[in-house]
Ligand binder design. Structure first.
Ligand code: AOF
Ligand code: ZN
Length: 419
């Protein structure tokens, strides 16, 4: 069986790794509505390029997800995808596989070929030298070093260039790269799960704290097993996970990527903890292995900071007077660490602070058709606003079902348009 199968109808990627199935929900559910019977050969090959690109999930960052194939006389003569450690760009992997068969072939690729020298030479020149006749691309490269110049170089060499096929899917696939390459800030996705009476479900309630409360297996979770599996996929496709100390104290979450799928860098687990209250005995600290980072305003040389460092936690001091860590500074720091995507899994306080600070690009809310009732204490409730500001509208809103739950997703920022 193919390790990754592109399912255009449902606009999801089904990824099978060592018998394990995981849905990689990377595409916009509404973007791909073309039925299989009406797609052109070009579209079929572009879907293959997208499918190849998605194999680079968690392996390509901080580079984009790119897949490419070379087709001659209707036959695939070479294909490949980019991983950061593999260094070679996708089109070069495909060229190397096709060798002489590349002459006169068509290249299908989800991202504009580069024309600059970074860790590798310009792909445009390699394609020209190999005698590729036609290049079909889904989207322009948002990287300012390329941004259209790749197309111009290919056309100037007499290569036919077609652009824009499956563009919506391609843009969705590389939205985190687009956000980061232009702004040097990660794409931040706020994820939360709620009951129908609006109670917040904390990120990872299978914790010691909850075990002590003697709640039944069914009541420990409010969102469905299907939703929880989806959240694991969301963690897998993210470079970092951000939470607040409140959530850690209440819930003692692990916050790891447990999909079992390969990743180049561990999911960086980040806690905003202005007073450095993170318990040394928390599961987060006990499992720290170069992948736990705390932003704090506590003194750099405090005994607690030293103890956390000895336990393998990176403690980063945020300067300034405010009592709360500066969200913008934390996000900028994560961008400097080449974190393209941050998943925010926190309580009400941090969620609303993040929304107010304008760091949230995208939201995904899982609604579980259950009622917590009076017993479902509201966790970390933010104080009521003095006045209700004009509500912001999300765009590109889609909805998906996970078991009995509905996941509603939308964007607060067009990452392809703004800085
Ligand atoms: C990739 N993989 O397959 C393609 C990319 O530092 P470098 O040399 O790896 O260049 C990275 C840039 O190359 C990247 O930002 C993007 O603009 C362009 N195209 N990158 O990592 C690929 N085709
Ligand atoms: Zn390249």
């Amino acid at each position: 069986m193919e390790p990754v199968e592109w399912n255009a109808r449902r606009a999801v990627l089904v990824c099978t790794e060592s018998g394990r199935e995981a849905r990689l929900n990377l595409m916009n559910a509404s973007a791909s509505s073309t039925s299989a019977s009406t797609v052109s050969a070009d579209t079929v090959f572009m879907d293959r390029a997208l499918e190849l690109a998605a194999r680079g999930v968690a392996l390509a960052s901080p580079n984009p997800l790119v897949g490419a194939l070379l087709v001659r006389d209707g036959r695939v003569v070479g294909e490949g995808f980019h991983t950061y450690d593999g260094v070679r760009h996708a089109e070069i992997v495909a060229l190397d596989a096709a060798r002489e068969s590349a002459r006169g072939a068509a290249l299908y690729i989800n991202l504009e070929p580069c024309c600059h020298t970074g860790r590798t030479g310009p792909c445009t020149q390699a394609l020209i030298a190999a005698g590729v006749a036609r290049v079909v691309v889904a989207m322009a490269d948002p990287n300012p070093a390329v941004a259209g110049r790749g197309f111009r170089e290919l056309r100037a060499a007499g290569i036919e260039v077609v652009s824009g096929l499956r563009e919506a899917e391609a843009r969705r696939l590389n939205e985190a790269f687009a956000r980061w390459i232009v702004s040097r800030k990660p794409l931040v996705t706020l994820k939360s799960a709620r009951t129908l009476d609006g109670r917040l479900v904390l990120p990872d309630t299978q914790s010691g704290a909850h075990k002590n409360r003697r709640i039944s297996e069914n009541d420990r979770w409010i969102s469905s097993p299907e939703s929880r599996a989806e959240v694991q996929i969301m963690r897998h496709t993210s470079d970092a996970l951000l939470t607040g100390i409140g959530t850690v104290l209440v819930d003692d979450p692990l916050l790891t990527d447990r999909t079992g799928l390969p990743r180049r860098r561990k999911l960086l687990r980040v806690v905003l903890d202005s007073r450095l209250r993170l318990p040394l005995r928390s599961r987060l600290v006990r499992s720290a292995d170069g992948d736990v980072l705390v932003f704090t305003r506590a003194k750099r040389d405090s005994p607690k900071a030293s103890a956390l460092r000895r336990a393998g936690v990176e403690v980063v001091h945020l300067a300034g007077r405010a009592t709360k860590p500066d969200l913008l500074a934390a996000i900028a720091d994560l961008g400097r660490r080449e974190m393209l995507s941050v998943l925010l899994e926190a309580g009400e306080t941090l969620n609303s602070a993040a929304l107010d600070a304008g760091i949230v690009d995208k939201m995904r809310v899982f609604l579980a058709p259950r009622i917590a009732g009076a017993a479902g204490k509201k966790t970390g409730a933010a104080s009521a606003p003095k006045r209700i500001p004009a509500a912001r509208e999300l765009h590109g809103v889609t909805m998906e079902r996970f078991g009995p739950d509905f996941a509603i997703e939308g964007y607060l920022r067009d990452v392809y348009r703004t800085r």
